[in-house]
Design a protein around this ligand. Structure first.
Ligand SMILES: [Zn+2]
Ligand SMILES: [Zn+2]
Length: 398
């Protein structure tokens, strides 16, 4: 007997195809109108209008965020969250391709809405602002966005098709030193040089980098180094990011980095202030049964997934989807829109995220997400396996 899911999947895919023009137009419009963290008003408006027009029950400004939204279909039963990101990067626009995530997520939501009467269960398309440094998903989670969700999923553009990103936990720190200004020629002895403090810390971090694990990262910029060359800088400031494979490893590395900053204060007498800019982004627990189901659906439409290798490891980054993955079974697969050598967050990648490849990724991404959601909605055993895998990850993390 053929699997009754096949018929549902075919119908969901036809539904995506029927919306092809509208979905690729959503993607290109969002690409052409880049909006930064928490300012994604246009993108949120276009997406919610589209979803509402297709019959979903739309909540604008959902879970405490002005540019967040929740679009619901169905009720009761297993509940799937499909996540849409739509924020851009300062200066380089949609160089992370969140326009594709948004349009593919919306397409999946609309396709699923059309078959829920048969599968039972429910779907919520969540508009999650400010992935690039604002932690929108973390803020929405605090307001209950993932309560009662059985599976959360999204796709992210990349240079290859693969089951997930090499997600590193990250901490983003605002650093400030306060010293004492003085005329640099007349009274240097009266000054406390806040820039020296920062430079000492910066050099100490450069030395520390030789003695950390290969997948750990520390990087930052100095945003304030004083006002004039002949005044001892009374203030310096910077933004630094620390990344590690897991949240506990991140804590250890952060402590060593803070030691470097304290060294700057100690050496100069400047006062150090460290402020986390956003809650730490966690590493990611990719749910293995769920990603296996996704892989089979990728095969179905001729997008084989690259298995973990040095090439896939190179796609390292951080996402607030990591935090979601610690609340509910989640996946964050990557979909190819560019050649493998084009890095995310580059001007070149921003060109690929508005291309024929990008449009194909919107359509294929919507189909793969919808088909995987159908598996979850229809397959009790899959849901139990997902839950068991999630609990196993939770207990091995202690
Ligand atoms: Zn990004
Ligand atoms: Zn991204």
């Amino acid at each position: 007997m053929t699997d009754p899911r096949n018929h549902l999947k075919e119908r969901a895919c036809l539904r995506v195809d029927a919306h092809r023009e509208r979905l690729t137009s959503l993607s290109s419009r969002i690409h052409a109108t880049p909006e930064l963290n928490f300012e994604e008003e246009q993108a949120a408006a276009w997406l919610t209008d589209f979803l509402e027009g297709c019959g979903l029950r739309v909540e604008r400004g959902a879970f405490g965020l002005k540019t967040g939204f929740a679009a619901h279909a169905g009720s009761g039963g297993p509940k799937i969250a499909i996540l849409c990101e739509y924020d851009a990067l300062p200066g380089i626009g949609h160089a992370c391709g969140h326009n594709i995530i948004a349009a593919a997520g919306a397409g999946a939501g609309v396709a699923l809405a059309s078959i829920l009467a048969e599968t039972g269960g429910s779907v919520v398309v969540l508009g999650t602002p400010a992935e690039e440094g604002g932690g929108g998903k973390i803020l929405m989670a605090r307001e209950g966005a993932f309560d009662g969700i059985d599976a959360a999923m999204m796709i992210h553009p990349a240079g290859v098709d693969m089951p997930g990103m090499n997600v590193l936990a990250v901490s983003q720190l605002q650093i400030e030193y306060k010293g004492r200004g003085a005329h640099a020629a007349a009274f240097p002895q009266r000054g406390i040089n806040a820039l020296d403090a920062m430079v000492t810390a910066y050099s100490a971090i450069a030395q520390l980098r030789q003695h950390i694990r290969p997948n750990e990262r520390i990087h930052g910029i100095i945003t304030d180094g004083g006002q004039a060359a002949n005044i001892v800088p009374e203030r310096s400031a910077g933004v630094f990011m620390v990344r590690a494979a897991t949240a506990p490893r991140l804590e250890q590395l952060k402590e060593r980095v803070l030691g470097c900053f304290r060294a700057g204060a100690e050496a100069t007498g400047a006062e150090l202030q460290v402020r986390p800019m956003v809650e730490d982004y966690s590493d990611m627990w990719t749910n293995s049964p769920l990603v296996t189901a996704y892989g089979a659906n990728a095969d179905r439409i001729g997008r084989g997934l690259l298995q973990p290798s040095p090439l896939t490891d190179a796609f390292a980054g951080s996402t607030d989807m990591g935090n979601v993955s610690k609340l509910v079974p989640s996946i964050h697969p990557m979909i190819a829109v560019a050649p493998p050598y084009v890095p995310l967050h580059s001007v070149e990648f921003a060109r690929w995220t508005a291309s024929e490849h990008a449009d194909r990724a919107v359509i294929d991404g919507a189909k793969m997400l919808a088909m995987t959601a159908i598996d979850v909605l229809c397959d009790n055993d899959l849901r139990s396996a997902m839950r068991a895998a999630f609990e196993a990850q939770r207990s091995s993390a202690g």
